[in-house]
Design a protein around this ligand. Structure first.
Ligand code: GRF
Length: 201
């Protein structure tokens, strides 16, 4: 059984998509061991509690990033987490956090990386005038929105879109992409070669 740890800061719709995919067997042999938020009032944390999951707020409270991260790492380890999924977690991870889970931290970003890293990726893409954008699930490394790509899904940008309608279209694809990417990683059938994530021969 694979034990997932989810980190979130907000709404938690990607967390719920992952939880639903586990319940329906789309992510086999997995369970959510713990959901952690840096914000106690995150709606995603309340949703996790409602589902009977371990849901823990670990707020920074003015502490340095490394110290706050150390408490999160200890909590993940105490719950025997073997895959960490960032799902709208709005803080950068310290190098020691990343080193504690080598190739075992995933993130979802609402653009086709390497285009539009950072905040408000959907708005960045809209304002740039791209006609295709999407979402990316990738391994986390020490650079922002940068690690090897596990999978991407694209969406068109329509002439009558606004940033809101575009973000909603991307979000639907995020909810498909994240569970698929987790299943791919847990299957053990893929490997990272350079920056490419490929089926093992
Ligand atoms: C998503 O757009 C995700 O790509 C980004 O933050 C947002 C989180 O949304 N990293 P939710 O909390 O999962 O609903």
């Amino acid at each position: 059984m694979h034990d997932l740890g989810i980190l979130l800061s907000g709404r938690g719709s990607n967390f719920l998509a992952i939880a639903d995919a586990i319940a329906s067997g789309k992510i086999p042999n997995a369970q959510i061991a713990v959901v952690i938020s840096n914000l106690a009032e995150a709606p995603g944390l309340a949703a996790a509690r409602q589902r009977g999951l371990n849901a823990i707020a670990i707020e920074a409270n003015g502490r340095k990033r490394a110290e706050h991260d150390q408490e999160i790492v200890a909590t993940l380890q105490a719950h025997k987490v073997d895959l960490v999924c960032l799902a709208g977690y709005m803080r950068l991870l310290s190098p020691r956090f990343i080193q504690a889970f080598p190739q075992r931290i995933l993130n979802i970003h609402p653009s086709l990386l390497p285009a539009f890293p950072g905040l408000d990726a959907q708005l960045q893409a809209f304002e740039f005038g791209v006609q295709v954008t999407g979402c990316t699930v990738h391994f986390v490394d020490e650079q922002l929105d940068h690690g090897p790509i596990i999978l991407q899904r694209s969406v068109p940008v329509f002439e009558d879109d606004d940033p809101h309608s575009l973000a909603a279209r991307i979000l639907k694809q995020e909810h498909i992409a994240y569970p698929e990417a987790i299943a791919r990683v847990l299957s053990g059938k893929y490997e990272t070669i350079g920056r490419r994530y490929l089926p093992k021969p």
